[in-house]
Ligand binder design. Structure first.
Ligand SMILES: [Zn+2]
Length: 298
């Protein structure tokens, strides 16, 4: 499968990919990458005629929300994607409020969020032209190829991967991360779904994974196994902290167990919160979110 990968910078958290496959664009970058994406329309993205979205996050639908020429292209996305994209300002406000709440105690400032979640931006929203909302198992055309839609919730409930069996290629969105850890995202993420989706992808036995952050992976089965092993190890480690300490803050676990420092502490605190929620559902702990932070207790 012939795939051109363009990488754009997003604020705070590194690069994000936009894929060009024939006449089709897969995802459209962060809303802060607008200028770079617009420039690319005269170069690597010239002649693009349609857009496929892997999921509706701010770093994947930015060009659609901010670049006229992209908003007007026919879009395809999984069930639920159009309604989020069409109500984008509200969605961003909600997502930002959720992250702010979970990161209290870490000194995240409004100005930081203004950079990542510009809620005052004027977005194209309703104007974005969806030609189709696809469901699990349905075929989508990407360039000259036909791919199967694989609903893969976890990172986002509306997340889909796209599978091209003849070449063993899977466009895996944000399901399989570069470092093998679960990627938190606001509002609609879920650890159980994440593990189920990883197993589903693993069962396809892909030879090539093309994620939306970082370079493609040529050892996908090992990478997926690593993700699954890390998910189990993280839950087990949290359980042993609960046994030994009784109560602790998610950020302490992020620092000591994940070895996070600097900006990574915040991001990994959100990851820990998601695992904590998962353990709480199994009755293994309680989770309190207060002005002091996210606290887990036995
Ligand atoms: Zn995402």
């Amino acid at each position: 499968m012939d795939i051109q990968r363009l990488e754009f910078q997003q604020p705070m958290w590194g690069g994000v990919n936009v894929l060009r496959i024939g006449d089709t664009l897969v995802d459209t970058g962060h809303v802060r990458s607008t200028d770079a994406v617009r420039e690319a329309l005269d170069g690597g993205l010239a002649g693009v005629e349609r857009v496929l979205l892997t999921h509706p996050h701010i770093d994947h639908v930015g060009g659609s929300q901010t670049v006229d020429a992209i908003a007007d292209l026919p879009h395809v996305g999984f069930e639920g994607v159009p309604s989020i994209v069409h109500g984008y300002a509200d969605y961003l406000r909600e997502a930002r409020a959720d992250m702010t709440r979970l990161l209290s105690g870490l000194g995240a400032t409004e100005s930081q969020w203004d950079v990542y979640f510009p809620v005052d931006g004027s977005y194209h929203q309703d104007r974005i032209a969806f030609e189709r909302e696809v469901g699990d198992g349905e075929t989508v055309r990407i360039g000259d190829y036909e791919l199967e839609t694989v609903h893969t919730p976890g990172h986002s409930a509306q997340h889909a991967a796209f599978w091209h069996e003849p070449s063993g290629t899977c466009l895996s969105g944000d399901l399989v991360s570069e470092n093998g850890h679960f990627m938190y995202a606001p509002l609609y993420c879920d650890i159980d779904d994440y593990k189920r989706s990883l197993r589903r992808l693993r069962a396809l036995s892909p030879d090539r994974l093309v994620p939306m952050h970082g370079p493609e992976m040529t050892d996908p089965r090992e990478r997926i196994d690593d993700c699954l092993a890390k998910a189990e190890a993280t839950a087990a480690e949290l359980r042993s902290w609960l046994d030994e300490r009784g109560r602790f803050f998610a950020r302490e676990f992020a620092r000591e167990s994940f070895g996070a420092d600097g900006a990574a502490v915040g991001f990994l605190t959100l990851v820990v919160h998601e695992y904590a929620t998962h353990l709480a559902e199994q009755g293994a702990c309680s989770v309190a979110v207060t002005g002091d932070g996210v606290e887990l207790s036995r």
